[in-house]
Design a protein around this ligand. Structure first.
Ligand code: CP
Ligand code: NVA
Length: 325
């Protein structure tokens, strides 16, 4: 079934129905097939897209740029240091200016309220490319990857292990409860997601037939899992929390023992990336205990992280083409 998402923002996915999410996932798979077949539909021919970044990015930035070029649009990167935004100009004025010049705006940054304000005043679709609270385009790529490897989302047991309050965990909670997954957040109680989001997710899961579990017990949380997912233990902007998080989350590191505990030889490992999985980065060299996943798992046959990274292009392309019409 086709859905008309023209003019819609994408801020959290909370306001998208299960059918609309399914439509976006199927469209992403089709756009990936088209790209592999050499079909360039140029669905965004002549459109201008603003890419506004307060925080660093590799995947999201590149996925938006490549998706724009594939579809015939022009992407303009606006780094926080390059423009007036935040220093001499308010969010509201920036939104109204960009909305007069561009057909769509991507925002990545700190406060979730900023992307909401951009959406309120821009007059064109605004897409959240990550805030402190949510990362919805990531969640779409994650479930697209699950569909590719598991055939469908039906009955999927999905264990998210680690920082249960991260933007990625929050968005996975939203999308999984809407799509009827058996979704578990496995972490210390102090890092369970916020109460009000849990209550919303429980209502969506009741409607979709999904199940949500919050547990501190790794064995219970990952048992039978089809997917093990983790994210860094301290997100961008939380660098001062690294030592505290290492202490809390060390028992939740994704390692070979955890993969074996699932009892599922076909379990796949996912990670939004960037990841600390060895001591080859500046940060992990300084702090070898920072690794949320071992190199052994990251590089194993279970790992699908680079398919997942590629799928950011196809899902972002689907979001832009569907909402720009
Ligand atoms: N997963 C993700 O959003 O990566 P970037 O921070 O590199 O965009
Ligand atoms: N939770 C991570 C995700 C990065 C894609 C962060 O916000 O840094």
């Amino acid at each position: 079934m086709a859905f008309n998402l023209k003019g819609r923002h994408l801020l959290t996915l909370k306001d998208y129905s299960a059918q609309e999410i399914e439509f976006l996932l199927n469209l992403s798979i089709k756009l990936k097939q088209d790209k592999y077949s050499g079909i360039r539909a140029k669905n965004l021919d002549g459109k201008n897209i603003a890419l506004l970044f307060e925080k660093a990015s590799t995947r999201t930035r590149c996925a938006f740029v490549v998706a724009c070029v594939d579809e015939g649009a022009h992407a303009e990167y606006l780094g926080i240091e390059d423009i007036q935004f935040g220093k001499k100009e308010t969010v509201k004025d920036t939104a109204r200016v960009l909305g007069r010049m561009f057909d769509g705006i991507q925002f990545r940054g700190y406060k979730h309220e900023t992307v909401e304000e951009l959406a309120r005043y821009a007059g064109v679709p605004v897409w959240n490319g990550l805030t402190d609270k949510f990362h919805p385009t990531q969640a779409l790529a994650d479930l697209m990857t699950v569909m590719e490897y598991k055939g469908s989302l039906k009955g999927i047991k999905f264990a998210y292990v680690g920082d249960g309050r991260s933007n990625v965990a929050n968005s996975l909670l939203v999308i999984s409860s809407k799509m009827g997954l058996d979704f578990r957040i496995v972490t210390v109680e102090s890092l369970f997601p916020e109460k009000h989001l849990v209550m919303e997710a429980e209502a969506w899961a009741a409607e979709s037939g999904g199940e949500i579990t919050f547990t501190q017990d790794v064995d219970h949380g990952v048992k039978g899992a089809d997917v093990i997912y983790t994210d860094v233990w301290a997100s961008m902007g939380e660098e001062n929390k690294i030592s505290e998080r290492i202490k809390l989350l060390k028992p939740y590191q994704v390692n070979r023992a955890m993969i074996e505990t699932t009892g599922n030889r076909e379990v796949i490992f996912l990670h939004c990336l960037p990841s600390f999985h060895n001591t080859d980065t500046d940060m992990s060299k300084k702090n070898p205990d920072i690794c949320e996943v071992t190199d052994e798992v990251f590089e194993s046959k279970h790992s699908r992280v680079f398919d997942q990274a590629e799928n950011r292009v196809h899902t972002i392309k689907a979001v832009m083409t569907a909402t720009l019409g």
